[in-house]
Design a binder for this molecule. Structure first.
Ligand SMILES: CC(C)(COP(=O)(O)OP(=O)(O)OC[C@H]1O[C@@H](n2cnc3c(N)ncnc32)[C@H](O)[C@@H]1OP(=O)(O)O)[C@@H](O)C(=O)NCCC(=O)NCCS
Length: 178
């Protein structure tokens, strides 16, 4: 993929902070991810109300991608641990509507989110994915995340054990200097 083609396919994508009016579409996109059984251990659909706290969070950014005047994806970070030592570590969620996938929206979202997280002083974003989620793995690797390990049989989804691969992106003063 050349830089020029990359720019063309994502040229009409606007990334902006989520607003309360986006809550329902954010939930709908998340619910697609739940139904696909490749993104999360969650199995119960969410409503817009479940996202209002995240949207209003002062600490954690939640961004949406708008294409052709519709919100088609979102990405956010959330708490990794309540321990003070890990205050700079955060966890990623990213979801793009099925009809908008494969067009650079995810990459635009993840790059903007990393910039915003770094600005807010986070030094690491952790991504946890099912190893079978090839689109997410590719997206995160292309965005600079490194695979650091595998949780084996991390939890059950629909009664079956699932492994979880862990990737991380270092930011700010945690970036290697050499
Ligand atoms: C993972 C996801 C966010 C990717 O978003 P997207 O907008 O489709 O991704 P992009 O178009 O920006 O593609 C990013 C890279 O992944 C690759 N990719 C996208 N879909 C792919 C697929 N189905 N299989 C393999 N690679 C894929 C792209 O080719 C691109 O790599 P490239 O730059 O080398 O060409 C999207 O597929 C999604 O929402 N999936 C369901 C939810 C989910 O799994 N979320 C992650 C868990 S939090």
């Amino acid at each position: 993929m050349t830089v020029e083609r990359d720019q063309q396919r994502s040229a009409k994508v606007e990334i902006r902070p989520a607003e309360l009016a986006d809550a329902e579409v954010i939930a709908a996109i998340y619910n697609e991810g739940i139904a696909g059984r490749q993104a999360t251990f969650e199995t119960e659909p969410r409503t817009g109300a479940d996202f209002t706290g995240l949207i209003q969070s002062e600490r954690f950014p939640l961004l949406v991608a708008k294409k052709d005047r519709a919100v088609v994806g979102w990405a956010g970070i959330s708490s990794y641990s309540t321990r003070q030592a890990y205050a700079g570590v955060t966890e990623l969620s990213i979801y793009v509507a099925g009809h908008a996938q494969g067009r650079g929206v995810g990459r635009r979202l993840i790059d903007a989110l990393a910039t915003e997280a770094e600005k807010r002083g986070f030094h690491k974003i952790i991504g946890k994915l099912f190893p079978t989620n090839t689109a997410s793995l590719r997206l995160l690797e292309r965005a600079g995340f490194l695979e650091v390990g595998m949780h084996r049989k991390h939890a059950r989804l629909d009664g079956s054990w699932r492994d979880v691969v862990v990737l991380e992106l270092l930011l700010g003063d945690a970036l290697p200097r050499d």
